[in-house]
Design a binder for this molecule. Structure first.
Ligand SMILES: [Zn+2]
Length: 406
């Protein structure tokens, strides 16, 4: 692992030249909706880059080019993929939002495939209950409750030292989304919440970008590529479902193959989009039930729908939400995340000194953990906090104010 000074790598956009007549991904789509809500067709926080790992260009000279291609020989041989696509994904820059069951697997797929730059964005830390489905993490990371982005970046740098991995420990929101995403070629949804997915959708529509959606719960899977200029997520579902109205990992659990099925589709779409951007990709929503082996597909319209508030009418509510006092329930955690106070937050070291011996505190590099009678409070730089032991946002806010009020 090579830890390098923090800097923004120079942009190397995916080339769009070239032809190719090989096969491309073909999925047939028909409607399915395991989430159970209806479709009309059927900051807040300062973010910090905590590490950049590896980080040398995979293509520098003839020797390295040959070694580079040799490593990926078996995928270069795939009909319709080829050396040109391999070179393109080696120059590609991909953002993976969420580093849990979906994001960690997609990150591993793309790092092994040789995607040149991955930016991992996640707000959480590794827990023992993650390990049955999040293969990048191990017991050591769970016991240390290491930030997921850091544990993932470290492991990915061991898997492929020729790529660059950037770890962003933060909650993606309207205030930081542009800075975190706009310099990338493709965004991949590895989140567990609709709010962030709609943020990705609205920003992608406004900026004319592609993003790849994914979701899984229980034994069910959904995935889709939402492409610039075509129908978007809001064309299918105009607004996020009400909080508490859909199944989550906590209520329905999750079997690892549901995540694996979803990320196989997401990674496959990503390699097609990055490797052969000149080819038209079928765009659709794929759903699968891994208990009944029922796979359904629905073709998405190739054009924006006039009634869609985002791609049809140019309204992007997810980009203007005030997240200053936001509280979010965390999937499967019996925990609430509170956004950073808009008024600022003290340095964690100063805070720990102020608390002193009055509470049991764990000091970590990027966070403090307070053990309080009501549960556990983890606070990150900037003041974002996760309150464990409650699902009530009001109680979470009260506990934050009680122990960390400034
Ligand atoms: Zn739309």
């Amino acid at each position: 692992m090579i830890l390098r000074p923090i800097r923004a790598p120079s942009r190397a956009p995916v080339a769009s030249e070239g032809g190719g007549t090989g096969r491309r991904a073909r999925f047939r789509f028909s409607w399915g909706n395991p989430w159970g809500f209806e479709s009309p067709l059927s900051h807040q926080f300062p973010f910090e880059k905590i590490a950049v790992m590896s980080g040398r260009s995979p293509i520098k000279n003839r020797e390295e080019t040959e070694a580079f291609r040799g490593r990926y020989d078996r995928q270069i041989r795939v009909q319709g993929f080829g050396a040109e696509a391999q070179d393109r994904i080696g120059r590609a820059r991909v953002g993976i939002v969420g580093c849990g069951a979906l994001g960690s697997r997609v990150a591993e797929d793309l790092s092994r495939a040789g995607v040149g730059y991955l930016r991992l964005i996640d707000r959480d830390f590794v827990e023992i209950s993650n390990l049955h489905r999040q293969y990048l993490f191990d017991e050591k990371a769970a016991l240390a409750q290491e930030p997921k982005v850091l544990a993932a970046a470290r492991r990915l740098s061991e898997i492929n030292s020729q790529i660059e991995v950037s770890a962003e420990l933060c909650d993606l929101g309207p205030s930081n989304a542009e800075a975190l995403l706009l310099d990338l070629d493709l965004w991949i949804d590895g989140t567990d919440n609709f709010q962030t997915r709609y943020l990705l959708n609205d920003l992608a529509v406004r900026e004319g970008r592609n993003w790849i959606y994914g979701a899984c719960v229980g034994v069910q899977s959904m995935s889709a590529a939402f492409l610039a200029g075509r129908a978007c997520l809001r064309c299918l579902f105009p607004d996020p479902p009400p909080a508490g109205s859909t199944e989550t990992c906590e209520t329905a659990g999750i079997l690892p193959p549901a995540a694996g099925f979803t990320t196989a589709i997401q990674s496959g779409l990503a390699l097609q989009l990055l490797g052969h951007p000149e080819r038209p990709l079928e765009s659709g929503l794929l759903t699968a039930d891994l208990a009944s082996f029922e796979i359904r597909t629905m073709k998405l319209p190739k054009k924006s729908l006039p009634h869609c508030k985002a791609c049809g009418q140019g309204e992007f509510p997810a980009l203007t939400l005030d997240q200053g006092t936001q509280a979010r329930s965390l999937c499967g955690r019996n925990a609430i995340q509170l956004s950073a106070p808009p008024s600022g937050f003290p340095d964690l070291g100063d805070l720990a000194d102020r608390i002193g011996d009055s509470l049991e505190i764990e000091r970590h590099a990027y966070m403090l953990r307070l053990h309080v009678p009501e549960g556990r409070i983890t606070v990150f730089r900037g003041g974002r906090a996760i309150i464990e032991g409650t699902e009530d946002p009001g109680r979470a806010r009260a506990l934050f104010d009680r122990y960390l009020g400034t």
